[in-house]
Design a protein around this ligand. Sequence first.
Ligand SMILES: Cc1cc2nc3c(=O)[nH]c(=O)nc-3n(C[C@H](O)[C@H](O)[C@H](O)COP(=O)(O)OP(=O)(O)OC[C@H]3O[C@@H](n4cnc5c(N)ncnc54)[C@H](O)[C@@H]3O)c2cc1C
Length: 299
Amino acid sequence: MSIEQELGRKLKSGIRKDEPMSMHTSWLVGGPADYYLCPADISELVEIVRFSAKYKLPLYVLGNGTNLLVLDGGIRGLVVNIGEPFCYINHTDGGFAAGAGTPMTYLAASAAREGLVGLEFAAGIPGSLGGAIIMNAGAFGGFIGEKIGSVKLVSGSGDLLNLKRADLIFGYRTSNLVGIGVIVEVKLELKKGDPEESLKRMEHLMVERRDRHPNLPSAGSVFRNLPDQPAGRIIESAGGKGLRIGKAEVSTQHANFIVNTGGASAADILALINAVRQLVRDKYNIDLEPEVKIVGEER
Ligand SMILES: Cc1cc2nc3c(=O)[nH]c(=O)nc-3n(C[C@H](O)[C@H](O)[C@H](O)COP(=O)(O)OP(=O)(O)OC[C@H]3O[C@@H](n4cnc5c(N)ncnc54)[C@H](O)[C@@H]3O)c2cc1C
């Protein structure tokens, strides 16, 4: 029996073969995933994880694809998208829990409307809650890690784990949840506050983003900031703004963004990432580290 037949029989949600990842990444690049799956619920996700463990098929977890450079050769094995079925918000006795597929902006606005504040920084971050936790996404001085009460995930062997605050470690754009499993639900710890004030702050931050960020396809900041300097400032002063390879360009608006000006390949973007690193190394002897995750195979 083929993978499609065996796995397809277990899943109502179906299975797509050779799915172009360019359809699922904010850079609009990336070759095919061998098998692309959108589980309808936790039990389907568990089936998928157990199947991948049984047949030793690599499994890659995809949120909104807004921090990923998927290479042009695509991803071997299974890609599992934690999307719409995992987009929900539950109020439990004094708590606030959300599915890992919930978009960050929606989450922040919904919490604020309930009078729960502290997620304003997340307005405009285009990722899902699950992706945000893995990356410890943050902006304007806030980051998601400091708001987490507990995390429910499906481990690599298909067991449901519930990790408490004390089990979690968050660093700058990283967490100790990388490689542990698939995040399915998160309990947030938010303070009570004024909904109107919170929504107004979010609106203000969204406007600031619109002014500062290019509106061409990107993956946000490409490189990690240094402890004392933003990567964008270093790239700009090294003369990197506007640098171009193929259809990929270092944004003339924000030097830590690489934009797809239309029809770029992942190879263009990767070559430009390497060119920027070389430029900064030559000029300042600084080795910039990518913040975006580079996955898959080159063509
Ligand atoms: C225009 C723009 C602006 C941005 N601004 C910011 C910003 O201000 N601050 C910031 O921190 N980031 C920013 N980003 C980057 C990105 O939005 C964040 O890193 C976001 O948190 C990634 O979430 P995602 O769902 O897109 O994750 P993906 O890109 O899909 O995945 C990121 C990583 O998380 C893993 N992952 C995703 N979901 C799960 C899950 N459920 N369980 C386990 N692992 C999972 C993936 O395997 C991958 O390793 C920006 C991006 C863009 C395009």
